[in-house]
Design a protein around this ligand. Structure first.
Ligand SMILES: Nc1ncnc2c1ncn2[C@@H]1O[C@H](COP(=O)(O)OP(=O)(O)OP(=O)(O)O)[C@@H](O)[C@H]1O
Length: 235
């Protein structure tokens, strides 16, 4: 359970409040106008930005002071952050061990994760020798290996094109279901939210609202969301 307890985040004259919970294993979209604070919310949950006040809790434990690497979560941003000079396997190895030489067991785990995301046999390649979709799969394999109970997605597949993006989102959903991972996913596309996330957090007008059923929210959007979605939007 992720709890945002009277969280108030400020950056210069920008302020955002959040006070709600995300259940274990829930898949929740984060929708709202550009500049409303969606990325800021995820950045704060991830620990890269300290809130002005309030707390972030996981399973009842206050993780507000914890460094990003100590938090029970993985993050997938649009820039997949693969090290260009390392092979795919070495990039994945960094996710499970800081040591450069991996054990046979660790290498086997990496092979299994590559297999799971459809990249069997590509471990020796450098990221530059992979397509955008394949790089996305490597980043997903890294999250898989870390096996954290919360996955934060900030439009990681936006550059991929609709078919590939849908495929990647389906893979995320499948893996999240298998591992019981809760997913918080920023998106600009309501159809992504509908496809992957039964619930949605609306971020608008200085507030990240408690999750609501996605279909109901999109069928009857509050004014700030309706203005953002435009006149022709609808599930
Ligand atoms: N480092 C920063 N310093 C000051 N203000 C910032 C900083 N980063 C972001 N902001 C401001 O915080 C607000 C929220 O930005 P954020 O990127 O979280 O919005 P968003 O909803 O993710 O937008 P988008 O959908 O366009 O990505 C914006 O008004 C932005 O200008």
């Amino acid at each position: 359970m992720l709890t945002l307890d009277k969280l108030r985040i400020t950056q210069d004259d920008f302020a955002l409040e959040a006070d709600f919970r995300i259940a274990p294993g829930a898949r929740v979209a984060v929708l709202g106008p550009s500049g409303a604070g969606k990325s800021t919310l995820l950045t704060t949950i991830a620990g890269f930005l300290a809130p002005h006040s309030g707390r972030v809790l996981w399973a009842g434990e206050d993780i507000t002071p914890a460094a990003p690497g100590e938090r029970p979560l993985s993050i997938l941003f649009q820039d997949q952050n693969l090290f260009p000079h390392l092979s795919v396997s070495q990039n994945l190895g960094l996710g499970i061990s800081p040591r450069p030489r991996l054990s046979a067991q660790e290498r086997a785990r990496i092979e299994r994760a590559l297999d799971r995301v459809g990249l069997s046999g590509l471990g020796a390649r450098k990221p530059a020798a992979l397509s955008g979709g394949q790089q996305g799969r490597v980043a997903l394999a890294r999250c898989l290996l870390r096996a954290k109970p919360l996955l934060l997605l900030d439009e990681p597949f936006a550059a991929l094109g609709p078919a590939l993006k849908a495929e990647m989102l389906a893979l995320v959903a499948e893996i999240a279901r298998e591992q019981g991972t809760a997913v918080l996913m920023v998106s600009h596309d309501p159809s992504d939210a509908l496809a992957l996330c039964p619930e949605t957090v609306l971020v608008a007008e200085g507030r990240a609202h408690p999750p609501r059923p996605t279909a109901a929210l999109l069928a009857d959007p509050p004014p700030a969301l309706a203005a953002y979605l435009g006149p022709h939007a609808g599930p």
